[in-house]
Design a binder for this molecule. Structure first.
Ligand code: SAH
Ligand code: F3S
Length: 447
């Protein structure tokens, strides 16, 4: 068999696509290798969301160029969002790349690789194509937890965001195909799925007959053997009361919700074209906490968006305190080609962005540490997913609220089990816990 090495940058959807590609190529006699030097084919799955993500890819491609110089038969491919957005720049800055293809071409990867290998000339495929559900996975994929893409693309027009350009129109996969994929995963030992979409709570409105995420969650919940469901990313604009009720009522849906805020200032939210105000966002948080009191909330925030004043920024800090998030992803605003915000004239200097980012992270660390501290002494439900990274004598898993837990349970508990454990120590990025129940005793609980 020939050897394939895949390098993945960016979001969970890219991780999912990388798995599909490895699965598809396996059917064409490519097996995965961890070693770049051993590979006959290297695919770099790229992200274009911020300039920094793109620079990382170019510097990686620079490294791979040296490898290719030593091994001319190596086929080098670039896939994903940068392939879509920056195809000419990739060809100009990295002319040694053999193959460039966008997400719509993933299902044809074997054919594209074959062409690049045999024709020995550049192959480019960044056109549109019908939506195809690919379920192939390599044997090395995580057994216990899996991503499942339920929709592609995004039709929101957030003024900072390049995703609608890189991933195209909003298209949902039919519920039957999704349920079948989940069933297949469970048959291979999977216990937790994360349903993926750029605006996942807009799922299904483009299908005939139309459906929605709450209905899909019900259907996935019925898959026997599956223990947990998560979904990401939700947009506040599309967050309906039905969805909030589903969070409360669908048993396997975890008490965890990622709801990007982006900014705490109404003025900035409007310039970002987000479609909600700070007050509306807070109403949604109140409704979520009323429905699911223990819910863990996380968010994305952008600092230094064009025109952001000190007062706007302070409004964001205030929201972090007020909402009391469990987790926050903070980004410095990055001008993306072709987006409306890139042309706004009141751009913020990088030094101010860096300073605001630092100040935001200080508040975030304090707030999220206080949220984590609440878990000390509590009994949490843990889905066991492997041995601990730091200590091979310990097992590791995640709570329903998505925190990493390490505990001593070797010999008594297996990977894929759902157990209960009491939190003995809260560390900055994980919890330590003592096993309370073996899998047979464990019943579903909400934490
Ligand atoms: N619908 C997806 C969006 C993916 S982008 C989601 O909500 O996850 C993920 C995050 O990247 C966004 O929420 C935003 O906070 C950040 N982001 C997007 N474009 C950006 C830009 N131009 N500069 C900085 N951060 C950006
Ligand atoms: Fe981007 Fe806004 Fe869609 S952040 S992915 S345009 S919801």
């Amino acid at each position: 068999m020939a050897k394939l090495h895949v390098i993945t940058y960016g979001c969970q959807m890219n991780e999912y696509d990388s798995e599909r590609v490895a699965g598809l190529l396996r059917e064409h006699r490519y097996e995965l290798t961890d070693s770049e030097a051993d590979a006959d084919l290297i695919l770099v799955n790229t992200c274009a969301i911020r300039e920094k993500a793109e620079e990382k890819v170019f510097s990686k491609l620079g490294e791979l160029r040296a490898l290719k110089a030593r091994k001319p038969e190596l086929v080098l491919g670039v896939m994903g969002c940068m392939a879509q957005l920056q195809q000419t720049t990739v060809q100009k800055r990295a002319p040694y790349v053999d193959l460039v293809f966008g997400s719509a071409a993933v299902s044809r990867v074997a054919e594209l690789v074959d062409r690049a290998r045999t024709e020995r000339r550049h192959v480019l495929d960044t056109g549109e194509a019908p939506l195809v559900k690919i379920t192939a996975r390599p044997p090395s994929a995580d057994r216990v937890r899996a991503y499942v893409t339920v929709m592609e693309g995004c039709e929101k027009h957030c003024t900072f965001c390049v995703v609608p350009r890189t991933r195209g129109r909003e298209r949902s996969h039919p519920p039957e195909a999704i349920v079948a994929e989940v069933r297949g995963l469970v048959a291979e030992g999977c216990r937790e799925v994360t349903l993926l979409g750029q605006t996942v709570n807009a799922y299904g409105r483009d299908l005939t007959p139309p459906t929605d995420l709450p209905e899909l969650l019900e259907r996935v919940n019925d898959v026997e053997g599956l223990a947990r469901i998560r979904f990401t990313t939700s947009n506040p604009y599309n967050l309906t009361p039905r969805m909030i009720a589903a969070m409360r009522d669908v048993p396997k849906v975890c008490e965890w919700f990622h709801l990007p805020l982006q900014s705490g200032s109404d003025r900035v939210l409007e310039r970002m074209n987000r479609g909600y105000t700070r007050a509306r966002y807070l109403e949604l948080i109140t409704a979520l906490r009323e429905a699911v009191p223990d819910i863990a909330l996380s968010t994305d925030l952008i600092v230094g968006f064009a025109g952001e004043t000190e007062a706007d920024f302070e409004a964001t800090l205030e929201m972090v305190e007020h909402v009391a998030y469990d987790n926050v992803f903070a980004f410095r605003y990055s001008r993306r080609p072709g987006t409306p915000a890139a042309d706004m004239t009141d751009q913020i200097p990088e030094a101010i962005k860096a300073d605001r980012n630092r100040r935001l992270l200080e508040v975030v660390h304090r707030v999220t540490a206080a949220r984590a501290a609440r878990l000390a002494g509590q009994v949490v439900e843990v889905l066991v997913d492997g041995v601990s990274r730091r200590n091979a004598g310990e097992l590791s898993g995640r709570t329903r609220c998505n925190r990493v837990v390490n505990f001593d349970g070797l010999g008594r508990v297996r990977v894929g089990d759902v157990v209960h454990a009491r939190v003995t120590e809260v560390l900055p990025h994980s919890l330590r816990a003592a096993l309370q129940s073996t899998p047979e005793e464990a019943v579903c609980s909400s934490r």
